[in-house]
Design a protein around this ligand. Structure first.
Ligand SMILES: Cc1cc2nc3c(=O)[nH]c(=O)nc-3n(C[C@H](O)[C@H](O)[C@H](O)COP(=O)(O)OP(=O)(O)OC[C@H]3O[C@@H](n4cnc5c(N)ncnc54)[C@H](O)[C@@H]3O)c2cc1C
Length: 327
């Protein structure tokens, strides 16, 4: 049993603001669900973030680092850990850009675009931070954040270090930090490579992508795409309704499979499969985390029964007993 009062006392001298107790996580997640965090700290200064992470990792303190909570489903019982809300947002824009990981990724796009630097247009409608984007190799329209990186400044297993992007073992919507038994790691800042281009062209591309998003995405509270798309050539060949380019590439959108199961509009409690985009599970206003969990299981089961594949979550479950890092 962790004595959280004693731990808060030891941690306080490292912190420039008050530590909060039992902060409701529904205030900090885009799904608007989630129970309390045992200890909650908002950090906005990078060296402080590094010091607290070094201390927590070397003292085996269960820690969860978060950005804007736009890719997580926090359980109704909450997170029994020190939750660090990363608001370190400094950026120095150039062909080689430096950015702290708490910067909202769409703000980083804007700052870069205003200086005629291209590469982040895909991120214009993604509501998370750079740190969250790194962990899930966020992307859209066949571009991923990993493609831009030069170097990452992080604290892992108690030590601050600079590593090459290979360290993260990126793949489609994945990195080593999403996997069970990932080393406890705080991503602090990155250096990335952006390409000069005409501002007008950059903003035109971003506007075009943003319009596509607005047409497809539901406006209700969600965590974006709940499941990853399926890469399976054999399955793609079996689906006559799949658009030809997707069939040829062997990509089956999760939303296509969910819609084909007739689940659009299916609801459990306050959690519902969006009618506008079947891969968005939305909060009708009064959902619990448990409603979302049950709905996700129902969707996975239905897709498996009809198509023989198990959908894999893009959203990360937090506080559901087995997902917390083991120290
Ligand atoms: C409407 C909507 C649209 C979306 N569209 C897209 C899209 O087009 N493409 C896409 O890829 N995603 C999309 N998403 C999902 C989500 O926005 C991204 O994955 C985003 O990058 C997550 O960032 P975050 O700050 O919210 O991360 P969080 O949800 O706060 O955290 C996600 C994970 O990252 C970890 N983490 C966060 N910061 C750090 C850090 N500094 N150090 C270590 N670990 C950290 C957390 O521990 C957690 O495991 C969308 C979400 C919504 C709600």
């Amino acid at each position: 049993m962790i004595d959280w009062d004693a731990l808060a006392q030891q941690l306080s001298p490292l912190c420039s603001r008050p530590l909060l107790r039992n902060e409701p996580m529904r205030r900090h997640t885009t799904l608007r669900v989630g129970g309390p965090a045992t200890l909650f700290y908002r950090v906005s200064e990078l060296d402080e973030f590094a010091r607290i992470s070094e201390w927590a990792q070397s003292h085996q303190v269960p820690t969860f680092i978060m950005g804007h909570g736009s890719n997580i489903l926090v359980s109704d019982t909450g997170i029994h850990a020190l939750v660090i809300y990363n608001a370190c947002e400094r950026a120095v824009i150039g062909k080689e850009t430096y950015a702290e990981t708490g910067i909202p990724i769409r703000e980083l796009f804007l700052k870069a675009a205003q200086q005629g630097l291209s590469g982040l247009e895909f991120a214009v409608g993604i509501p998370g931070t750079l740190g969250g984007a790194l962990v899930s190799n966020a992307g859209a329209y066949r571009q991923n954040i990993a493609d831009l990186l030069i170097e990452i400044d992080l604290v892992s297993e108690g030590k601050r270090q600079r590593v090459s992007p290979d360290w993260m073992q990126f793949s489609y919507r994945d990195s080593r930090l999403r996997r069970p038994c990932a080393p406890p790691t705080a991503l602090l800042a990155v250096r990335m490579c952006l390409k000069p281009d005409a501002k007008r062209a950059i903003f035109a591309r971003a506007r075009h992508l943003q319009r596509q998003r607005i047409e497809k995405q539901p406006p209700e509270s969600s965590a974006g795409s709940f499941f990853k798309n399926v890469y399976d050539h054999a399955l793609a060949q079996r689906l006559p309704g799949l658009p030809t380019p997707l069939r040829e590439a062997g990509v089956v959108p999760a939303g296509f499979l969910i819609e084909a199961c007739g689940l659009k509009g299916y609801q459990i409690g306050g959690a519902c499969v969006s009618r506008k985009h079947a891969n968005f599970l939305i909060n009708r206003g009064d959902a619990t985390a448990s409603d979302f969990y049950q709905l996700a299981q129902k969707v996975k089961q239905a897709v498996h029964e009809q198509f023989g594949v198990w959908l894999e979550e893009e959203v990360l479950y937090v506080g559901w007993t087995t997902d917390m890092p083991q120290y």
